[in-house]
Each structure stands twice: as structure tokens, then as C-alpha cells.
Design a protein around this ligand. Sequence first.
Ligand SMILES: Nc1nc2c(c(=O)[nH]1)N[C@H]1C(S)=C(S)[C@@H](COP(=O)(O)OP(=O)(O)OC[C@H]3O[C@@H](n4cnc5c(=O)[nH]c(N)nc54)[C@H](O)[C@@H]3O)O[C@H]1N2
Ligand SMILES: Nc1nc2c(c(=O)[nH]1)N[C@H]1C(S)=C(S)[C@@H](COP(=O)(O)OP(=O)(O)OC[C@H]3O[C@@H](n4cnc5c(=O)[nH]c(N)nc54)[C@H](O)[C@@H]3O)O[C@H]1N2
Ligand code: SF4
Ligand SMILES: [Mo]
Length: 678
Amino acid sequence: MASDDPAALPDDLAPPASWGRTTVQTACPLDCPDACSLAVSVEGGRIQKIDGSHLAPSTEGFICGKVRGFDRRVYSAERVLYPALRRGPKGRGDFTVVSWAEALDHIAEKMQAAKAAHGAESVLPFYYGGSNGLLTNDMEDARLFRRFGASRLARTVCAAPTTAAAMALYGRMGGVGYADYAHARLIIVWGANPPASGIHLVAHLKQAQKNGAKLVVVDPRRTPLARTADLHLAVRPGTDLPVALAMIRELFATGQADTTFLEAHATGVAELRAAAEPWTLERAAEVAGIAADDLRTLTRWYASTSPAVIRCGWGQERNRNGGAATMAILALPAVAGKFGVRGGGYTMSNSSAWGLTAETWINTPQANTRTINMNQLGRALTELTDPPVQVLFVYNCNPLTTMPDQNRVKRGLEREDLFTVVFEQTMTDTAKYADVVLPATTFLEHYDIARGYGAYHMQIVRPVIEPVGDARPNHEVFRELSVRLGLTDADADDLGEAEGLMDVTGRMPEAMSAALHDGSVVTGPANGTPTQFVDLFPKTPDHKVHLEGAYTWQADPATAEFPLTLISPASEHTVSSTLAEFRPGIVKLKMHPDDARPRAIEGGDSVRIFNHLGEVWCLVDITPEVRAGVVSMPKGLWARSTENGATSNALVPDSLTDLGGGACFNDARVQVALRARH
Ligand SMILES: Nc1nc2c(c(=O)[nH]1)N[C@H]1C(S)=C(S)[C@@H](COP(=O)(O)OP(=O)(O)OC[C@H]3O[C@@H](n4cnc5c(=O)[nH]c(N)nc54)[C@H](O)[C@@H]3O)O[C@H]1N2
Ligand SMILES: Nc1nc2c(c(=O)[nH]1)N[C@H]1C(S)=C(S)[C@@H](COP(=O)(O)OP(=O)(O)OC[C@H]3O[C@@H](n4cnc5c(=O)[nH]c(N)nc54)[C@H](O)[C@@H]3O)O[C@H]1N2
Ligand code: SF4
Ligand SMILES: [Mo]
């Protein structure tokens, strides 16, 4: 199905003339800030080797192990190869293969029937698309669901609080590029773990350290970077707000705030100062469970060192205070006057710095239908009545594994009167609950446009092999379904993904689309090394930094019954839940010796982690790597990685963050008990 009409593509982007032995230049669209350029060797239509290339300078010819081994997933026995209808009970994963025509007819019928009986809002598209580029998410799919009049989805599972915070303070301003970290004299890595979650920053951090820069890590875990840091603030999860506010208070109190910069470039200074006023270093340190002297040292270093840069990640956003915390962290460089020099300022997400918005190519009006927050999928499926969700269409997402309150999501997916479509590459835990499963191509089998949200690079993703089995790209499937639903012009119904790609690039600025068509790399502002307040300025309406906002502290929800905080950070072996199917054995919960001792838990024991929402059975690893009071297991685990099939999200509440309606993944409060000794 892919590119039946390659004539629509510029020569540089056409698929290989033969599928013989060749090396294809492409890019990685997975949910990772780096957007690497790839060189994939293919022989006889089969992938031989996936490696990094030098096309995007930041890739520097190397990539992570996840993608080097991605062919394992492409050819996996668990790959969904053909459209299929459920024949056993929901959740068992028992299916009968059917043709594409049969599957799509069936889906169209069910969607029309739901619309007739309950209204179009009874259909809910469910997608996130972190690992999708600009063509395979929020494109033809969005056109279809808008025209149909489906419920809208608030895509808040990730980065909603940080985006809301960054937008409020700076608008769509880009951040410091990776390569400029080598120029910094002080680097604060705050709620980020680049050696796992964005490996190409690491070499620049190391270079800076070699040049004599100081490294500070703010993280409840002793991460690999924390081990090499000059200072590690092992804060309690959710306490970054008081920590950052105390730094701000101290900067003002000691006359080290850059009042000249603030007067010229900021609003809301008095408001921020008032919010910071109650937070002395001592009080913040006590709440955060760190030494007041360490916080004083950090503040002193930050005030006196330039260039100083903050790499702000996403770990600190995933709790009740996550939005305000990120605002306070991002306010620091403005208060201390750290902008205007190369290697000074901050990096949050650079995705909005491209100035692209999907609205440009979706180009289809959105009716004012209801919006459902994806973090509350379980509630949407079990509680909504006006109308109830009757059709759930899942793609680019594995919600049973990745959304909060797993048991509620599961109860929703078990509903006999719910018709669930899962359009997937592999038989995920979610796909097992599908009434119809549709096979999707991977990024090695379809076109896409990958753009970095850390590295400033954008590049075409192109097929290096033909689709495996009967898999099809999103663009084509949503188009075909649109035709069946009578939502698209009959004379447009032959548009394939190649035309979709040309449609998107055709709506971009000319230089950008020309570079993409050439197969070259598009680089971000100032050649990917912009200096904030030299090359980049706030994109707020008045081009000022807006420091005003609600810096409201919500205290720790721990109780005597559930005293421990469970966090679930990114793992170097997976991208969210992608590739977690290959994790061997039962996962080990990380627990501090001081928490293990009173519970009589020893390394290697089987434990029960529980709260009022559910329980997880797994093994335990006793280690000072996590601070006392905190337990940790990786995000994205599949049911097979625990002894009872439940994962961290079975314990994560579906409460929302203070800003942006984000998920509180790192705000679960739990108890842990010994279950069995082996
Ligand atoms: N290998 C790999 N790379 C990935 C991903 C992946 O799953 N695997 N996921 C991608 C995605 S979707 C995203 S959003 C990014 C995320 O990228 P990161 O933000 O780097 O990832 P996290 O692991 O979620 O969180 C980072 C750190 O925050 C810490 N942390 C947890 N709670 C708190 C807190 O309250 N305060 C502070 N200061 N720190 C806290 C964690 O211990 C962790 O070390 O990574 C992307 N890259
Ligand atoms: N406990 C806990 N849970 C978390 C987090 C956490 O920190 N803790 N982090 C959260 C974060 S940051 C994120 S971003 C989310 C991510 O959660 P999800 O959005 O569910 O991401 P993935 O788990 O990677 O699942 C994406 C799925 O889309 C499929 N897919 C990929 N490309 C295509 C395509 O082109 N077409 C189709 N049809 N399918 C495709 C893949 O096979 C994969 O199964 O997880 C969140 N979940
Ligand atoms: S996941 Fe990240 S590091 Fe790995 S190849 Fe993709 S962009 Fe590069
Ligand atoms: Mo994410």
C-alpha cells in the first residue's frame, strides 16, 4: 500500500528503486528529544543494521541501544500482521483474521450506529503520538474525527504542565541548544535524566565538566549524572516549588536578583517575590528533605556563576505542584539575570520553537464537541453518560499500560457494550481488549516528519522496507475510513501517504519544505545554537517574561497508611511502553534500606505495593539509589513484568496537576509489604 504513486514525491524522497542491498538515510521519530538521523542497511528487503548517521550534527553517528535493536520489534512474533476481529473474551487476545475491507466496513458501521443511537460524541479517538512525527498523528486522523463530530481528547499525559508553565512565562521561546552546554560554567539538571531520556546531551555535559563547569542535579534518585555531580539535591518528589521559590527569595534578599533585567524584560516581579517570601532556605529544605546548606550553596553558585544553564526535565511536572514548580524553576534565569550569554538560560521543550502548528495542515474546522482529559480515561469509560463512550478508537498509544488508574481503565475496556478499535504495531496489553485490531506500519515502513524537542533538527522519516504483513500507515487507514464514512470527497479518495506528506510539507514555510524535500536536515534557530535574549525572545504578546501566576503550594498527601511515594521514571531500555515487551523477568522495585528494614524486607524478596487503587506484586532491590521515603519502578512496563499483571499505573491516581490538566504519575502514595521470600 505504501506510496503506490511515488511520482508524487521529489526524487530524493522516493522509496529505493529496488529493495536490494542498500543503506537508507532516515530519522527516528520516537518520543525522545534527540530526533536522530539514521542510516539503515537493508538487504533483500530485510533490515540488517540500524545505526546513527552524521546527517544531523547532534546525532554524531551514534544512537541508543533501543533503536539499534528496533528490528527485533519490526519482525517480532508479537507484531500485529493482519486486521482481525475478537473471538474470545475481552482481554484474552484471541482474534480471527479478516480482510482490511471487512474490518473497515465493520468499524464504519459501528461508528455510524453509535452516532445514530447516542450522537457522534459517543465516539472517542484515543491517541497521544509521542513517538509519531507530523504526518502520522494529528493529521488525517484529526480531519476524520473532526468531520465526524467525535468527542475531543485533551492530550495531557505528558508535558501539559511544563508546556503551560513555559507558555505562561516565555510563550513559544526556544531554549539553549545541546552543543552550547559545553560553554556553561554551571549546569543544573532539574527533574531530567539525560543518560536515559536524551543521550546526546550527555557528551556536552561531560565536556562542560571537563572545562571546569559545576554540575548540580535535583532528583530524588541518585541518577548516573547525580553520581558525577558537584551537588545532588535529593528532593522529595513534588517539592521543587518550595526549593525554587526559596532560591528566588534568597536571590532578592541578598541583593543578587538582576533588577535591571527584570525591570526591562519582566512583569509580575512583585507577585513572584510575594509568593517566594514565606520560603526561607531552611523551611524549603525541611519540606524537601534536604540540607539547608546544600540549598544555600546552590543559590550562591547560581548567583555568582555565568554562563549558567538549567536543563529542566519532566520528572518534576508529574505531581500536584508540577505546573507551579516548573514556573518557579523557569523564573530562575530571569531573576538571576542568566540570559544573553552563550550557554546561559534554560532548556525545556524546544518543540514549539519550530513555529509549526498542526492546525495549518489539519485545515478542518473543529466543532465545539466535549473534551475528555486522556488522564481520566477510566472515568470516561465507566462514568460518562451524556452520551456514554460507545466507540473507543485507540492508535499511537497504549493506554492500559500508560494512563493513570489502570484498574479503572481496565474496567472500562472490559465493558461488553463498548466497541474498541486498536490500531497497533504489536499485540500490546491494550490491543488484547480490542474488538477490532488493525495492523500499523512502524517508522521503518512509512513516511513521517521527525522533529526534535531537544536537538534542533527536523528530517523526513522514510520507509526502508515494505510493510510487514498487511500493515498500513495511519494516513491511508484514516483516509479509507473517511471515505467509508462519507466524510471525504470521492475524487480525493486515492490520496496515499506520499501525497499526505506533500500536503503537510506544502503548508510549511518554503525554505523548510524545500530542505525536507531535498532529504536534508532542517536546523533550528541560529543554526541550532541560539542564545536566549540575543537570538530568541519571549513570544508572549508584549515580548516580556510573565512571572505572575499561582505559585500555590499543596502539601504532601502521604498518610500513615500510605507513607511512601512511588515514582516511575523513564527507562533506558524502552520508550514509554514501546519495547517493554522485551524486558526479561519480573521487575524489581527500588527501595531505600531505611524503608526496607522496618518492613523486614530483604533484597530479592517478592513484595506487594499497594494503596486504595490497587496493588502490584514484584521483586525488590534494596538500594540507596532512591532517597528514603521514595520507591521507584520504571514507567511503561507491560503486565508480563510483574507477578500479578498490574504495573505502577495501578497505583497512580487520576487526579490532575495544578496547571495544564497533567498526570500525577510521581504522586502515588503507597505502602509496601513482604509477600514471599524465595
Ligand atoms: N530511554 C527513554 N527515553 C525517553 C523516554 C523513555 O521512556 N525512555 N521517554 C520520553 C518521554 S515520553 C519523555 S516525556 C522524556 C522524559 O524525560 P525525563 O524528564 O528525563 O524523564 P523522567 O524519567 O520522567 O524524569 C526525570 C527524572 O525526574 C526525577 N523525578 C521524579 N519526580 C521528581 C520530582 O518531583 N522532582 C524532581 N526534581 N525530579 C523528579 C526522576 O527520578 C527522573 O530521574 O523522555 C523521553 N525519552
Ligand atoms: N507510571 C507512569 N506512566 C507514564 C509515565 C510515567 O512517567 N509514569 N510517562 C507518561 C509519558 S511521559 C508518556 S509520553 C506516555 C506515553 O504513553 P503512550 O502514548 O501510550 O506511548 P507508548 O507506550 O510508546 O505507546 C505508543 C504506541 O503507539 C504505537 N504506534 C507507534 N507508531 C504508530 C503509528 O504510526 N501508527 C499506529 N497506529 N500506532 C503506532 C506503538 O506501537 C505503541 O504501542 O506514557 C505516560 N505514562
Ligand atoms: S530514541 Fe532518541 S537516542 Fe534513540 S535513536 Fe531515537 S532519537 Fe536517537
Ligand atoms: Mo512523555
